[in-house]
Design a protein around this ligand. Sequence first.
Ligand code: PMP
Length: 442
Amino acid sequence: MSHVFHRNLHQDYPTAVQGDGPYIVDREGRRYLDASGGAAVSCLGHSDEAVAQAIKDQVSRLAYAHTSFFTSEPMEQLADFLIERAPAGLDSVYFVSGGSEAVEAALKLARQYFVEIGQPQRKHLIARRQSYHGNTLGALATGGNAWRRQQFEPLLINVSHVSPCYAYRDQQPDETPEAMGVRLAAELEAEILRLGGENVMAFVAEPVVGATLGAVTAVPGYFTRIREVCDRYGVLLILDEVMCGMGRTGSLFAAEQEGVTADLITIAKGLGAGYQPIGATLVSQRIRDAIANGSGFFQHGHTYIGHATACAAALAVQQAIESRDLLTRVNVLGEGLQARLGERFANHPHIGDIRGRGLFQGLELVADRDSKRPFDPALKLHARLKKAAMAEGLMCYPMGGTLDGRQGDHILLAPPFMLEGSHLDEITDRLGRAIDTTLASL
Ligand code: PMP
């Protein structure tokens, strides 16, 4: 028996021993094409020599220096790199070890900002249903995924949840996409007014929803309307780009494509591409200034924040993406992947929707395409799909629908940016076989 407390104690896991470009090889020599980048993490594949070298160099020089004593060169350089490329208004970076920590830091920065500027009554958070922002208690409370929250509900801080921007299911029959954005912004405004505009701290959303919906983009204009509503009441906008950021959708920050900026942006996964655990919260000048001109001390922190080796790895990853022009590749490959998914699945009786942006694509499975009725959650279709895909030598990221039957199982694809066109065929072929054998076994 393994002494590892695995995340699923009923599952058998192959032992990963080797990375080879976009493949992971297990101890038995089986090769798995990583079509999901793990969970939208491994954007440079699994054997990047430049990143490995940067890590070796940093460890040999200085692996770690506690940030209450020192800053470090990789941390300073990575912050400069990110801020030079970030949406306007963001001017400093708080480095952590992953996505949940980045969200926790964002929530506390929002709260401390209002305490510093003399508005301590602002404590309410608003986020969206069918969203995921991490598994630590604050981030879990922010997320609106009933299944993930269920048993921890008594421990969670109070967060309001409004509707996500999920056109496939929620766009009304006579509604244009623009009108849908206006309606959802009005819903947010109504919730702010219900709580009292002067009491709300922040609104949190993913520009492109990843884990819980499967690469769902917002309708055009939605985020502009949302930004206007937040500004009207002095509410901070926190964009969670932990999954969709760092080039995944074809621009370094997903918010760029929405034409909005945020007060706080969280990033992780693709930042270090899995070579080291790292996340970050990008902070706007007014929040940093309020704290700098006030107490001067952000009342938060972990032992491994700003880890020198993690920062060196992330800097090497981001420099590789830029010097190899991989964002152009994300856009080209993204179109190629979407075209192949369309050819293979557009007429499939159980694929209700194909969606996404860049190398962030999702398929939603339905029992019936006309009514969009999801499969019975008790079938655990997503778990079966994952198993079938692994048997085909394919890593993809299937997730179950919500508990209220308002969403079907979906499959998220988020492959590395350095694929060849032939890998796209391999992904579609293997995925098609995994889906068909799974459905045939129901
Ligand atoms: N936010 C989003 C949007 C995510 O997708 C995730 C992870 N799936 C997180 C936060 C949490 O990140 P981590 O698992 O690194 O803590």
